[in-house]
Design a binder for this molecule. Structure first.
Ligand SMILES: [Zn+2]
Length: 479
């Protein structure tokens, strides 16, 4: 099995080979926790969860480390906390908590570690010292800056020429910068701003520095995969790479740089200024996490993805259908847990995480189960009682196992189908009692009473479905 991934550094799809297959290492930039997470934050969370699952399948669950940081010190956090009249810690912890809750609702596996920037100030200061000692950084007006001119391959990750960048620079450049693209490693904090003592005065780290320090601490200065949204490529990832490589003396920070595309709305980038930002919490109020997860996987990760209410509604219908068709019983679940994933499904994922193709395969498997079931029904009419199980029955179960194993691999169809589809009995004693009374009425041929009870159940929000295994209740007010 060969995993191919598109590497931004080389701009090509390459075969992924870990530096050490007993310790496969991935770092993904996590959120800056200053405002409620939006769907653009949720996309990399789900995409890199798929990659994490795939790496665990290929190299073993214990052999893969996935680090996703929390940026909890940043100018945006300071500004937002001031506006809300709370401390930055109060704001950062509350947004961080929300982010983790939503990540769970999106059915992502827990990451290996989720380090906070403020817990690693010491490591950041050491990195600044190393860069100063190498004369790659300089001090100016209480700032410590990275001198991009001293890093001769600066710009190679994002394919930008330093000379073009200087010519194109329109931003007002701070007078103490030697080069307009020199970036802050450490900056001074005003008295009312959070800060830490340092050899350069009380201050705080620059954003790029945080990720270099934390990735080095958890994964070393060279590791396998660095991921994040494409909006982070420049300047964030370029600067991370520059700092890490300058300090370590290595040419490579990450062997693969993987970037996911934007979430767009009506073909426009989501942005605060356009007022079209879609919060993850708003979506999770209208739709369950699994539906949102599947919708985020519906497009290829490198392409822009348009998320609309209509798309989410269609996704929910598709997902419910998969649950209805698969309806895994204990046997199917048990077999799926140890089954080899379907080859076509897996090959799609191994080919640069082609999730749309993989999902299409799930639907094909579902369609095959339906047709197997239909032919079983037809077969049953012609078969004499007592004949052995027909070969098609075996193959319908096999297909269910294949569908469930494939879906589970990407974190889908792992919920209780009865809960998912709104079938309940156990937690609503009134409804359960009414259903039993209706059964009694029907047994007594009191159909008027049975109809009355059906109406009462409907007013409680339940529909009765009569199945070969007996009547079942289904909640009408589905999410
Ligand atoms: Zn980062």
């Amino acid at each position: 099995m060969e995993l191919k991934l598109h590497d931004t550094q080389t701009r090509e799809k390459r075969v992924f080979t870990p530096l050490d297959k007993t310790n496969v290492r991935m770092y993904v930039c996590g959120p800056t926790v200053y405002n409620p997470p939006h769907i653009g934050n949720a996309r990399p969370v789900v995409i890199f969860d798929i990659l994490f699952r795939l790496l665990r399948l290929l190299y073993g669950e214990e052999q893969v480390a996935y680090i996703r940081n929390i940026t909890d010190i940043d100018d945006k956090i300071i500004t937002a906390a001031k506006q809300q009249n709370i401390t930055i810690t109060q704001l950062a912890r509350s947004v961080e908590k929300q982010f983790h809750t939503e990540t769970e609702q999106l059915l992502c596996l827990p990451v290996t570690a989720s380090p906070r920037a403020t817990d690693h100030i010491n490591e950041m200061q050491k990195l600044v010292q190393a860069l100063l000692a190498k004369n790659i950084a300089y001090i100016a007006e209480k700032h410590v800056l990275f001198n991009v001119a001293r890093q001769n391959d600066y710009g190679t990750l994002s394919k930008r020429q330093l000379s073009d960048m200087i010519a194109g620079a329109r931003v007002e450049v701070a007078p103490y910068k030697q080069n307009p693209h020199d970036f802050v490693l450490w900056k001074p904090s005003a008295e009312d701003e959070p800060g830490w003592d340092s050899p350069w005065g009380r201050g705080r780290p620059g954003w790029h520095l945080e990720c270099s320090a934390m990735s080095a601490k958890f994964l070393g200065t060279t590791f396998d995969i660095h991921g994040g949204g494409i909006d982070l490529l420049f300047p964030h990832h370029e600067n991370e790479r520059a700092q890490t490589c300058a300090a370590s003396g290595e040419k490579i920070m990450a062997n693969f740089w993987i970037h996911n595309g934007y979430v767009v709305r009506d073909n426009e980038k989501m942005s605060k200024s356009l007022g079209n930002v879609l919060l993850t919490s708003d979506l999770l109020e209208q739709f369950d996490g699994e539906t949102v997860r599947l919708a985020l996987l519906s497009g290829h990760y490198r392409q822009p993805l348009d998320i609309t209410t209509q798309k989410l509604q269609e996704t929910k219908t598709q997902l419910d259908r998969l649950y209805r068709v698969c309806k895994p019983d204990a046997e199917v679940r048990e077999r799926a847990a140890s089954a080899k994933p379907d080859a076509e499904f897996l090959n799609a994922l191994l080919d640069d995480l082609n999730t749309p193709k993989a999902i299409a395969r799930l639907h094909t498997l579902a369609a095959e189960i339906v047709s197997e079931n239909d032919s079983e029904k037809r077969g049953a009419v012609n078969e004499a009682p007592g004949t052995e199980e027909s070969p098609s029955a075996v193959s319908a179960t096999d297909k269910k196992v294949a569908l469930l194993a494939a879906a589970n691999l990407v974190g889908l169809l792992s919920q209780n189908p009865d809960t998912r589809l709104g079938y309940i009995v156990q937690n609503d004693t009134d409804a359960a009692r009414l259903l039993a009374e209706r059964e009694d009425a029907r047994r007594d041929n009191d159909f008027a009473k049975a109809d009355e009870i059906r109406a009462s159940l409907a007013s409680l929000g339940y529909q009765i479905e009569d199945t070969p295994a007996g009547p079942r209740l289904r909640r009408l007010s589905e999410k």
